[in-house]
Ligand binder design. Structure first.
Ligand code: S3P
Length: 171
């Protein structure tokens, strides 16, 4: 199962909670974490030293690598992983795609002050989230099997809803 959605939508937090369900036997991959491990440097440093295009290439390579696995796993992607059409096809082919969504106001509040997200450098978080919402929501919607509003649901409710959906999906 792949989690998609903007920065601050809860992909890593809910991803860990979902992976702890018996169905996934703890199998969780945080795509950003894998990129950092493979690049040997932090995301801000990849952006600063090599640029966003190199980051996007690494992101696509790591995604393809992770999605090769045939075992049940929860993959939390970075917010921009859906920008590549190839990535979108891969995710869609691989099984359930869950879109975690919340209003730009809520997302901006959750991520403001975060130094680990280079796209927020020197910009107003709310304006950025409004722009990204407009640009990316059509792409999230294009591949999502289920949209979850993490601005409204508690973590527990979101996990229950996703697990309920998966039990029908796999049946
Ligand atoms: C990005 C989101 C980040 C990370 C990078 C770029 C984006 O991941 O991949 O900073 O383009 O939205 P999170 O969505 O986990 O913050």
């Amino acid at each position: 199962m792949v989690l998609i959605g903007l920065m601050g939508s809860g992909k890593s937090t809910l991803g860990r909670q979902l992976a702890s369900q018996a169905f996934f036997s703890g199998s969780f991959v945080d795509l950003d974490g894998l990129i950092v491990k493979e690049a040997g440097k932090s995301i801000p440093n990849i952006f600063a030293e090599e640029g966003e295009a190199v980051f996007r290439t690494l992101e696509s390579i790591c995604l393809a690598e992770v999605l090769q696995s045939s075992s049940e796993q929860v993959v939390a992607t970075g917010g921009g992983a859906i920008l590549s059409a190839t990535n979108r096809v891969l995710m869609k082919e691989k099984g359930a795609v869950i879109w975690l969504d919340a209003s730009p106001e809520i997302l901006a509040e959750r991520i403001s002050g975060d130094k680990n997200r280079p796209l927020l450098n020197g910009v107003d978080p709310l304006e950025k989230m409004i722009t990204l919402t407009k640009q990316r929501n059509p792409l999230y919607a294009e591949i999502a099997d289920l949209r979850i509003d993490t601005g409204v649901l508690s973590d527990k409710e979101a996990v229950a809803k996703i697990m309920g959906f998966l039990s029908d999906y796999d049946a």
